[in-house]
Write a protein of this length. Structure first.
Length: 342
C-alpha cells in the first residue's frame, strides 16, 4: 500500500499492510536535536526520515497581529509581552461584558483579508508527493471563547450568563467557517483530511460537564465537520485529556478520527477504547508523550508500539500522544517508534 491508501484504509478500519503513522508537529525548540540526530537540514525532511504517512499543512494566515490561524484573535487585556507567555487564566477582552449585543465592540478579524487562496494552494502543492495531506485548521471555537473572557471567567459565564458566552462562541465559529471555506475552495481535490479541535479534557476528566459540551460546544463542531465532509475530507478531531465520556458524542457529530489517545489520562486506555468504540471510529496517538517517550528507553517504546498494533490491527494512526513533539523527547525514541511501526 502507498501512504495515501494506508491512511484512508486505516481511517475506514479496513485491512492494512502496517499501521498508518504520523510524527505530529515538532515544536521549534525540538528542531535542533531532531535535525542533528536524523542528519537532515530541514524539519520538513523528518517525514522522510521516519517514513510516516501524513504530511500536515497549516492554513496560511497573516494578519498585523498573528501569523497563525490558531492565534487569530488578539483577546489579551492589559497584557504586555509575548502571547506565548499568557496563562489560561489571563484576562480577556470580554471579561466584564454581559450584554451579547456588544460583541462588535471587539475588532474582529476578517478572514478574507488575511487568508490568500494562492498561498493556500502553494502550501499544499509544496507538500511531499505521495503523502496523505492533512490541513491543520484547529478551528478551536470553544478554546478561543475561553480566551475571550479568560478561562475562569469563561467557565462561569457558560453557566451564569450563557447568552453572552454563546454570542461570542457563535461569532468565533462564524470566523472559522468562513476561513475554512477559503482554504477548502483553494485546495479542493488536493488534500485528504483536516485537523480541528478543542481541548476539552484535563488529566483526570472533562473540563466541564458532558451536558455543557453537548449543548454548547458540539453544535459548532458538527457544523465544522459537516463543512469538511462536503469537500470529501476525513475529519480528525483533537482534544487532549480524559475525554472518554464524550467520545460517543464526537462520533455522533461525524468525527472520523479521535486524536490523541492521551495514554496516561483517566479512561483513555487503548484496549478499552478499542472495545467500546473501535467499530465506530478510528483513533490517532497512543504512544505516551508524558512519560514513556520522555523517560523510557527504545525497547520500552518499541514494546508499546507492538502492543498497540495487537490491539488495533487497523483503526489506529500510531503517533505520539501529543501532537507537539517537544525537546524533552530523545530523538532515538522517535526513531524506535517508527521502526516498530514499520
Amino acid at each position: 500500500m502507498n501512504h495515501i491508501e494506508r491512511f484512508i484504509a486505516t481511517i475506514e478500519r479496513k485491512p492494512v499492510d502496517r499501521p498508518a503513522s504520523w510524527l505530529g508537529l515538532p515544536a521549534p525548540s525540538a528542531y535542533t536535536g531532531l535535525l542533528e540526530y536524523f542528519k537532515i537540514n530541514n524539519i520538513d525532511k523528518m517525514t522522510y526520515a521516519v517514513d510516516d504517512d501524513v504530511y500536515p499543512v497549516e492554513l496560511p494566515y497573516n494578519s498585523p497581529t498573528s501569523n497563525a490561524i490558531y492565534a487569530a484573535f488578539d483577546f489579551a487585556k492589559d497584557f504586555e509581552g509575548n502571547n506565548e507567555d499568557r496563562t489560561l487564566t489571563a484576562a480577556g477582552f470580554f471579561e466584564d461584558y454581559s450584554d451579547p449585543s456588544k460583541i462588535e465592540d471587539f475588532d474582529w478579524p476578517d478572514p478574507k483579508k488575511y487568508i490568500d487562496p494562492e498561498l493556500c494552494r502553494k502550501a499544499v502543492d509544496d507538500a511531499p508527493e505521495g503523502k496523505a495531506i492533512m490541513g491543520v485548521l484547529w478551528s478551536a471555537h470553544f478554546q478561543d471563547t475561553c480566551a475571550a473572557f479568560g478561562m475562569e471567567e469563561a467557565l462561569m459565564k457558560m453557566i451564569m450568563e450563557p447568552e453572552m458566552f454563546q454570542a461570542v462562541l457563535d461569532r468565533i465559529l462564524d470566523f472559522y467557517l468562513e476561513a475554512n471555506e477559503i482554504f477548502y475552495k483553494a485546495t479542493e481535490g488536493k488534500i485528504h483530511a483536516v485537523l480541528i479541535g478543542n481541548d476539552l479534557g484535563s488529566q483526570t476528566g472533562l473540563m466541564v460537564s458532558p451536558e455543557l459540551i453537548r449543548n454548547v460546544v458540539l453544535p459548532g463542531t458538527r457544523k465544522l465537520v459537516e463543512q469538511a465532509h462536503r469537500y470529501g475530507l476525513k475529519v480528525i478531531h483533537h482534544s487532549c485529556g480524559a475525554i472518554r465520556d464524550i467520545i460517543g458524542d464526537l462520533i455522533d457529530v461525524g468525527c472520523d478520527v479521535i486524536h490523541p489517545i492521551q495514554a496516561l489520562a483517566t479512561g483513555m486506555e487503548p484496549d478499552g477504547l478499542k472495545n467500546d468504540f473501535g467499530d465506530r471510529v478510528t483513533f490517532c496517538g497512543g504512544v505516551d508523550a508524558q512519560f514513556l517517550l520522555v523517560n523510557g528507553d527504545e525497547y520500552a517504546v518499541s514494546s508499546k508500539v507492538n502492543e498497540l498494533k495487537e490491539i488495533f490491527p487497523t483503526g489506529l494512526i500510531v503517533s505520539p500522544s501529543h501532537e507537539a513533539v517537544l525537546p524533552d523527547i530523545p530523538p532515538s525514541n522517535i526513531k524506535a517508534l517508527f521502526q516498530s511501526v514499520h
